[in-house]
Write a protein that binds this ligand. Structure first.
Ligand code: NAP
Ligand code: HSE
Length: 429
């Protein structure tokens, strides 16, 4: 074989990053793989669209079949996004005996196991490093370097858009919409940013991580999640005054033989390593029984960082083709016995808006005590106004008990509203 021919499905933010890396590092890649990697065709929606790279017009197509039935094309690189037609194209490519690389978390979270099985049957490779953590090599780490560990915890900041937004809101007191617009301009956000800001994108990635790290298959729609749209500048300030920063955390933790899996905006102590992860950066904090604690940090979104993961996968598949070695990644056996907890226990931050008069805290803490909710700290902000914020941090408690207590507390005349309930990540993770 004197070259490896590939096709790109999509030439958007990530596709252009892949194009630039493959061209910019052409010689280095040829040396590594042994032969050049050539982009033979590129599928787009609009072949006349102006792009910031020079793409020969004749390689652009709007017909997937031009690629599927081109026997010269060995690897199909799916970078279109969305479930369909991306899923159908990936399936057809594998059935046709082509290797596939994708950065599509929606497809891998929903159909990953099925596609891995199909790829194994067809003796082709399926790689999806770019689907979680952008440029961070987390899939390779969990399937190869950390394979000898029983994984206990994976807690991560795995959505670049929301981390970028929260960082801008914290650092510059910027409002949510302005920060979102900036994230979109920088190419971090999904085509529809609702998926980012409502925590769906992080749930897709957590579903993939649960499968890779624990062998647990949970459809992304079953993962309890909450996005960041209700986080105000005010909440961020109160959290900061208490020594916390707010991050959208994706959590997979084993507790008493159960796997707690969820995505929530969370107060992270400023001393915690994840608190220092800002802008579009992602990080994954992992605990394994042999390795202990480990943290991986890097750019979780963007054209070149994600392009780095995708091109790494293309090179990996190319090397396997050149050596004739087709061993698939080792995936963990599917575990049906790990109960999915989701809305499990946790520490909570609660902001109540209360009338500023003596005895209010006593009434509230009595009700909390009646439901077994223990208070770790309490702060009352503001003075001289009729209604002031009362902020509580609880010890570990079942969410159900906290909700029952707050239902009762809401009924007091002195309580204007339960303004916010957020999870708190403990120092020990
Ligand atoms: P994007 O900028 O919206 O680009 C999508 C590309 O796919 C465009 O070139 C578009 O063609 C093409 N396309 C979309 N639907 C198509 C269809 N039905 N037929 C033919 N072409 C189609 O998306 P992106 O940000 O590059 O993301 C691509 C994938 O990478 C997604 O799965 C995303 O979740 C994942 N990802 C993105 C990032 C990131 O930072 N952006 C990071 C990690 C993973 P036109 O150009 O003609 O419109
Ligand atoms: N929209 C995603 C994010 C892209 O912001 O993290 C990377 O998957």
């Amino acid at each position: 074989m004197d070259s490896i021919k590939i096709a790109l499905l999509g030439l958007g933010n990530v596709g252009r990053g892949v194009w630039k890396i493959l061209h910019g590092h052409r010689d280095m890649i040829r040396e590594y793989v042994g032969v050049p990697i050539e982009i033979k065709k590129v599928l787009v929606r609009d072949i006349h669209k102006k792009r910031d790279i020079d793409v020969p017009f004749h390689i652009l197509t709007t017909k997937f079949d031009d690629i599927l039935f081109d026997e010269d094309i060995h690897i199909i690189v799916e970078l279109m996004g969305g479930l369909n037609p991306a899923y159908q194209y990936i399936r057809k490519a594998i059935e046709k005996g082509k290797h596939v690389v994708t950065a599509n978390k929606a497809v891998i979270a929903s159909y990953g196991k099925e596609l891995i099985q199909l790829a194994n049957q067809r003796n082709v490779l399926l790689r999806f490093e770019g689907s979680v953590g952008g440029g961070i090599p987390i899939i390779a780490a969990l399937t190869k370097s950390l394979a000898a560990n029983e994984i206990e915890t994976v807690v991560g900041i795995i959505n670049g858009t929301t981390n970028y937004i929260l960082t801008q809101m914290t650092r510059y007191e910027m409002d949510f919409n302005t920060a979102l617009k900036l994230a979109q301009e920088k190419g971090y956000a999904e085509a529809d940013p609702t998926s980012d800001v409502e925590g769906e994108d992080a749930a897709f990635k957590l579903s993939i991580l649960a499968f890779i790290a624990f062998g647990v298959q949970v459809p992304p729609q079953d993962i309890p999640r909450e996005g960041i749209t209700r986080i105000s500048e005010k909440e961020i300030q109160y959290a900061a005054q208490l020594g916390y920063t707010i991050k959208l955390l994706a959590v997979a933790k084993k507790h008493d033989g159960k796997l707690d899996l969820h995505v929530h905006p969370t107060l992270v102590p400023i001393t915690h390593p994840l608190a220092a992860v800002n802008d579009e950066f992602n990080a994954l904090f992992i605990k394994g029984d042999a390795i202990g604690e480990l943290m991986m940090y890097g750019k979780g979104a963007g054209s070149l960082p994600t392009g780095s993961a995708v091109v790494g996968d293309i090179m990996d598949v190319s090397c396997a083709m050149m050596s004739g070695f087709r061993e698939p990644y080792a995936y963990r056996n599917v575990r049906e016995d790990l109960y999915i907890n989701g809305e499990g226990e946790g520490e909570y931050y609660v902001r109540l808006e209360v009338v500023d008069q003596p005895g209010v805290l006593g009434k509230i803490s009595t009700v909390l005590g009646n439901y077994g909710v223990s208070i770790a700290s309490v702060v009352q902000r503001g003075r001289g106004e009729r209604v002031v914020p009362l902020v509580l941090i609880t010890h570990r408690v079942e969410r159900k008990k906290l909700d029952l207590a707050l239902e009762e507390i809401k009924k007091f005349d002195v309580v204007e509203e339960v303004a916010s309930i957020l999870r708190v990540e403990s120092h020990s993770s």
